[in-house]
Ligand binder design. Sequence first.
Ligand code: GLV
Length: 325
Amino acid sequence: MSQGQRVLVTHRVLDPAPALLADAAQAVEYEGDLSAESIAAAAAGCAGILSQSIDPVDERVLSTPGLRAVSNVAVGYDNIDVEAATRHGVLVTNTPGVLDETTADLAFALLLAAGRRLGEGERMIRAGQWEGWAIDQLLGRDIHRATLGIVGLGRIGQAVARRARGFDMRILYAQRSQGDPSVERELNAERRELGNLLAEADFVSLHTPLTEETRHLIGAAELASMKSSAVLVNTARGPVVDEAALARALRERRIFAAGLDVFEAEPRVHPDLLGLDNVVLLPHVGSGSVDTRARMCETAARNLVAALRGERPEHLVNPEAWKDR
Ligand code: GLV
């Protein structure tokens, strides 16, 4: 690989990624806006792009002459048109594995926070409205021995289920295909159709990627089938949930609470959610621990460097694009 190869780095990345990239290529920092046109203009002359999940990487970017790889600093890659990448022979990589436990920690934190009304309690104290202990104050839902429904029992879903076992929760899961029997046994997890899972679960945690099939997977009808005592947690992708329908369900107390780390049009949050007490809102920090974010940056930099060296990157999303090499 020639050190003269240019790579577009769309946003700041953490150590050790800058040094790994500098060893192998000339990094071009990006100062434009978050539009595909601007990213495409900045990518001219670049062999690689180190992108993040907020960057739209579409046909306009992927048709850049000489572009060979796009490395996303994220496990999700719904921001990248993978089909167009494959058509243009551009390798796409992501960072699976390194963020599973950290994201599962946050999903569990949201489950606890929403179920036990932590946000409301915090706000009450800070507003000087706490008048003392009361028998019926801020009563929440028990997490221990409740039924947890996991939608998508992949790596992160499994990590959530392992935490749930420590709380003696009963674990149900829904996904397109039957899970690995050894995983089901280890987690004592039973598969259900989504509709049945939603009707049975006390807590529902979403762990599916965003695809055309999962967009608005949880809409008005699905929310209506949940228990009125149930809590919904989303640390996956915002558009998996119909946010307007969720705001309505929360306002009308058709479900008990929700915990959200992701939104349909980040950083915009549906205005109706902002006024509701029974939702805990976080600014997409699922993988946001010091160590994990550094490992994501490192993994993404290694993927990109490998691709530019002509080696098969470890986390290749579109192996079809590799076939022709
Ligand atoms: C973050 O949202 C990721 O996909 O890694």
